[in-house]
Design a protein around this ligand. Sequence first.
Ligand code: G4P
Length: 527
Amino acid sequence: MSNLLNEINTRRTFAIISHPDAGKTTITEKVLLFGQAIQKAGTVKGRGSNQHAKSDWMEMEKERGISVTTSVMQFPYNKALVNLLDTPGHEDFSEDTYRTLTAVDSCLMVIDAAKGVEDRTRKLMEVTRLRTTPIVTFMNKCDRDIRDPMELLDEVETELNIACAPITWPIGCGKEFKGVYHIHRGETLLYKTGQGHTIQEVRSIKGLDNPELDAAIGDELAGQLREELELVIGASHEFDLELFLAGELSPVYFGTALGNFGVDHVLDGLTEWAPTPLPRETEDRTVVATEENFTGFVFKIQANMDPKHRDRIAFMRIVSGKYSQGMKMNHVRIGKQVSISDAVTFMAGDRERAGDAFAGDIIGLHNHGTIQIGDTFTQGEKLKFTGIPNFAPELFRRIRLRDPLKQKQLLKGLVQLSEEGAVQVFRPLINNDLIVGAVGILQFDVVVARLKAEYNVDALYESVNVNTARWVSSTDVKKFEDFKRKCESNLALDGGDNLTYIAPSRVNLNLSIERYPEVTFNHTREN
Ligand code: G4P
């Protein structure tokens, strides 16, 4: 097999999705521990009694200047090279999460087994359905009193509309949590408490009828396990790779992230079954990972990851081929050849200069304002990857300066923040207002804080009579001109100078949609 093929086939690129508090951060730590990206798992939120581990973690974040938990981490596991992409947990940043999910090939869904399927999990699953994304499930917190495992599987199946194939099965829960039976390996893996910060030596007992099992977990639990398994294996789905890859069936694991038990089982499954880098659609054709020529798209821009450098990084998912340092790429939207000598990779959670990177990997490009979310880079071919949208905001505020002399900086800041996808900005055609649009309320606070910190601009919000926005276009030039004339007071330009209809109410929007059938009102806009 060629080197390119070899490299690409080892890649597994995934994200963790979950409801807040289900344990995503804790699992990320443990995944990094197994990936040898960190030596010891600490506690990001400063909980727990192991102060030493905690400070290790904080130190590491400080040294590296980035929050390890908010970016991209690459590490080897088994024979695979794993790229783990973090998704922001807060609901207000769902747009960012959405775009991150366009850059992965599979997802790990974490469920709090004491609670079951929660709101945000439902929403995120809808997003993964927009593309077919294979899902691996981890039922977390088995060291607490969890719900009946069979009932949990049922709930996932009915609420999330995906079949469940248990790969491991919990033995007891809460104080009585003894470990799991690995259905595929036919062995019991025993849990020991108090080992959460390190990789545990796990004792395993082969076979379900092994008397050692009774000795280890007690006759009662052993009997119960045998009974349950008979039922479970009869009543649940068997793992089927094809159905998994089609996003129709999820392998399910049980464990405790806090106790660092079961996370490695999930990683074993993920690296074995999750897809190698998947093809992506462009406007003209499908690009497959193993094509010789390099292609990639930008799905996220993040500012000032490193306070020392105050730079902005554009995260690019490589779709095909290979990146090597200093290579020339065509930045398709602006039609320019650029030489990329200093892209960063995220090997082992660290930010280092990229050597080579391959399809499936994420690289970070230093962005000086020319790169936008959705941009395609190639080795010459004019391609445009599709499916990386902006969503029409639902919340609007007029933004005003405390110091009117800073208008230029304000506009610059807002345009840059909108390129990054942190917020959207609209400039009405008929006045000099600046209207900020967001999908979630928290974005407003973030924008004011960042304007102050990064652009030295003191701004505040006022309410504005805008309720919803739609990007407008039409193939009928004459009718479009007529529409623009008549609706001028409702039109604005967004951060990328795209024409937008800003409506004071849904009723107004619906009336205009009816009145101007030749005009398309889009809820999403692809960059
Ligand atoms: P998130 O990123 O999904 O929001 O979750 P995070 O990992 O921060 O975990 C949320 C809480 O759940 C944390 O508690 C964490 O310690 C706990 N947790 C995670 N995994 C497990 C597990 O396997 N077992 C148990 N028992 N707890 C787990 P916290 O921040 O200390 O505080 P609190 O939320 O419990 O008050």
